[in-house]
Design a protein around this ligand. Structure first.
Ligand code: AHR
Length: 655
């Protein structure tokens, strides 16, 4: 299907080679002519998987803050998950129930009622243990907030404490409640100690009946200080990748486990206590505290173009634990409203403040448009007649209304096969500008497929490799990806974007391995794969120069054990060489830099190398990390690439 280009190129290239045989030395042969490549090549894919959002990037420290967890999310969950009752010994006594009558919001129907019959010495209440403990730092400020409704005749004072496991107190605040309907109470606690597994204790101090909901403990120190924002250290690790785009909120999460589980962006905006929470396909709960507004804001904060992906009005083909036979399609009578939702997302991101959805963005705090350029439709869907019909309806409607939006289509879960072929056929037929390929494979796949995109037809849609990874976090895995990524740069005229997947995973809650970054409540451990991604994404160029690096006595082998690329970043004027050696022997690389006007030597060198099986772990997070040094450069650079290494050399040239 996509091979016409190869044959044509081979004939032209043959002609060029003959014609150039007599060229003057030093002249650039056409096959070595620079070409423009995508400015958006390397980015990230964020999925709420392995506690990536709640308990992860979203900085909320209370787990199950609105008592909405339940067995529908996971058999082990109840509305009291992560909560304990404080009714014994020094505490008082009474009943604690979960109720739904006259809730804070219909979207948030459960709340807890404390029926305090005796207060004991310390009051009666509940305690939240966060996500495997609440990490607090001495001197840092935490915003406590809760909604309360007094159900008896006199107000009930509330005490909120930050407490260690043994009961030592790291901070406390008190609220005087008022009679009447639900009311929000906020205060700030400054922690007096550092502890990685504190608890949040909420105590009613007099007898009576008190309803509580949406109990939150939020650090003031979030990424860029955003309210309802992101966990600072984790967000920084992501920002350090300098991603050019971010796909969100997920893959399987997006199309969901059945129609009712399709991710609906409109459910995720507005006041957090009114958002529609949902079962996460990865068998936990989505509070939606990290919703579409926060995703857009985060993209802006890290300088990444947003790439929201919405379902193609069908659910995952594995719905209900089926094996590719469970796809459910939205009834046709719901398609008009569904398509409207897709268009409304674009208005939410880009519309003027006077538009319905632009006004909601402004009300959330961002009057300026978010400059949305890409929208993904579908994720790895089975290409059935139902899918095709809906995909066509959605993509045609969006293109008619928003011709400037670049749509990203889907071509199944694998790098080849039926859905891949059918998905491509659809995309070509519908003239979808970009399609999203996915593959999780052994390192060998990445080493033997370096040329995959050399033969892609440039008149067909461009490619977004939305999810890829080799199965593992060793240096060898990471280098197989690095070798492959040189091929993505070489084909940056047809590969528009690429993102490793998945991005982050919380230790103890991992649904998918490997990941790019692992974390606990207090530690963030980037993998070697992360450092490879970082070296590529923070050293992107917009022009590719073929044939600059050659391996002495060792022409670039078919299995890409040795691979290289040369790009230029027109912004800085820098030339960037990437040299990958996935072999056990050192290799000599020669770079012909005669065509560039080098303005400064030495150049900077970032090097990742080590033993092939090494990896970064919680116990040894710095086992393999890039090392910085400098290297002298001239018209020719002879470089010894160590065994199992990635070297990135950045050279200043005249702009
Ligand atoms: O990245 C993990 C999962 O892999 C994604 O949700 C899905 O799109 C793919 O199958």
């Amino acid at each position: 299907m996509k091979k016409f280009y190869t044959a044509a190129l081979a004939i032209v290239a043959g002609a060029v080679m003959n014609a150039t045989a007599q060229r003057a030395p030093g002249t650039i042969v056409p096959s070595q002519m620079p070409k423009k490549i995508s400015k958006d090549l390397f980015g990230i894919f964020f999925e709420d998987l392995s506690y990536a959002a709640d308990g992860g990037l979203y900085a909320e420290l209370v787990q199950n803050r609105s008592f909405e967890y339940g067995p529908g999310d996971n058999n082990a969950f109840t509305p009291f998950t992560a909560w304990d009752f404080l009714t014994m010994r020094k505490y008082g006594y009474g009943n604690i129930t979960v109720e739904t009558n006259a809730p804070l919001s219909e979207n948030n129907p459960h709340y807890v009622v404390l029926d305090i019959q005796g207060t004991g010495q310390q009051g009666m209440g509940i305690m939240n243990s966060g996500f495997d403990g609440i990490p607090v730092k001495s001197g840092e400020k935490y915003d406590v907030s809760l909604f309360a409704r007094v159900l008896s005749k006199t107000p009930i004072p509330i005490k909120v404490l930050l407490q260690g496991k043994k009961g030592d107190i790291y901070g406390a605040v008190e609220f005087n409640t008022e009679l009447g309907n639900w009311k929000k109470y906020n205060r700030t606690i400054t922690a007096t100690q550092t502890n990685d597994s504190a608890r949040l204790v909420v105590l009613a101090m007099t007898k009576g009946r008190l309803a509580l909901d949406e109990i939150s403990l939020f650090p003031q120190n979030t990424f860029k200080g955003r309210a309802n924002g992101m966990r600072a250290d984790l967000a920084q690790a992501i920002a350090d990748l300098k991603p050019k785009f971010m796909r969100f909120p997920g893959g399987c999460l997006t199309h969901g486990d059945g129609l009712e589980n399709i991710y609906r962006w409109k459910n995720t905006i507005g006041p957090v206590e009114q958002r529609v929470q949902m079962r996460n396909i990865w068998r936990y709960h989505q509070s939606m505290g990290l919703g579409f507004y926060e995703y857009f804001q985060f993209c802006e904060d890290i300088g990444a173009k947003p790439l929201p992906v919405l379902a193609a009005a069908v659910s995952c083909q594995n719905t209900g634990g089926t094996r590719e036979t469970g796809q459910e399609a939205l009834p046709m009578e719901e398609m008009k409203a569904y398509i409207q939702d897709v268009c409304d997302l674009i208005e939410f991101a880009n519309g003027p403040v006077t538009s319905t959805w632009g006004a909601k963005r402004a009300a959330a705090g961002h009057p300026k448009p978010f400059d949305l350029q890409y929208v993904g439709i579908g994720n790895e869907d089975k290409i059935t007649p139902q899918f095709k019909e809906r995909y066509e309806m959605i993509t045609k409607a969006v293109r008619a209304k928003y011709p400037n939006i670049t749509l990203v289509g889907t071509v199944g879960p694998r790098p080849s096969g039926e859905d891949f072929e059918l998905g491509w056929q659809e995309a070509i037929g519908l003239k979808i500008p970009v399609v999203d390929e996915h593959y999780y494979e052994k390192p060998d796949f990445f080493l033997t497929n370096n040329q995959r995109y050399d033969t892609y037809d440039r008149s067909h849609p461009e490619v977004y490799i939305g999810e890829y990874a080799s199965w593992g976090n060793t240096l060898f895995n990471a280098l197989s990806e690095a070798s492959y990524m040189t091929g993505l740069e070489r084909n940056g005229d047809v590969v528009r974007m690429a993102s490793y997947a998945p991005l982050i995973a919380r230790q103890g809650h991992i649904s998918w391995n490997p990941n790019l970054i692992y974390f606990t409540g207090t530690q963030v451990v980037p993998t070697v794969n992360y450092y490879v991604q970082k070296l590529f994404s923070s050293n992107q160029g917009d022009t590719y120069y073929p044939g600059v690096v050659k391996f002495k006595d060792n022409p670039a082998s078919k299995d890409s054990i040795l691979a290289s690329s040369c790009v230029r970043d027109s912004g800085s004027g820098d030339i960037i060489l990437k040299i990958v050696n996935v072999g056990a022997a050192g290799a000599t690389a020669k770079a012909d830099l005669s065509r560039f006007s080098i303005t400064k030597s030495p150049a900077s060198l970032e090097l990742i190398s080590g033993k092939p099986g090494e990896k970064d772990t919680f116990a040894d997070p710095n086992a393999v990390v890039p090392k910085n040094s400098t290297i002298q450069v001239g018209k020719e650079l002879v470089y010894q690439a160590p065994p199992f290494s990635l070297s990135v050399i950045r050279i200043h040239t005249k702009k």
